[in-house]
Design a binder for this molecule. Sequence first.
Ligand code: PRP
Length: 184
Amino acid sequence: MDASDVGNDLENILLTQEQLETRLGEIAAQIDRDYAGKDLLLVGVLKGAIMVMADLARHLHHPVEMDWMAVSSYGSGTKSSGVVRILKDLDTDLSGRNVLVVEDIIDSGLTLSWLLSNLRSRGPASVEIASMLRKPDAAKVDVDVRYLGFDIPNEFVVGYGLDYAEKYRNLPFVGTLAPHVYSS
Ligand code: PRP
């Protein structure tokens, strides 16, 4: 899927496929160095993280394991309430493991903040975060991100795993949508 497949739904491309790919390669090299000689479990947060998880894992030389969690905000239906429930938990026991949480985006930071304390309570050797995107202007809590792709403006973005109403996840770049998409 590419820009031509979504017609005039697209407003702007913020990060091209090439930019994402290049940055992921740099991050992977850093992870390879930092975890040399250590075990490493990548934990992807569904669904947004599928693309970055798949691409990051393929860039790594390190023989990682991969597991997945699905989480959702409680209550109002609006995300980022900070109260999170687990829809799908890990299959892996985290005792003594080096865990790297892989995310597509940190918006308010509330999801990851909750997730970090949840995972840290399971007795891992370490828990760090890798996120492709972060919106500094949307932060409600500070999240310590060890590996970051890009800081982006506080705009609604889609592509590379990020959706609007479950669509556009399979765009290979990160972009913004035209206003008519939201009003239709
Ligand atoms: C997105 C994203 C993060 C979270 C970030 O997931 O993947 O998990 O929101 O937001 P926060 O920093 O404000 O907490 P979303 O709830 O949209 O689910 P999805 O990954 O299934 O699209």
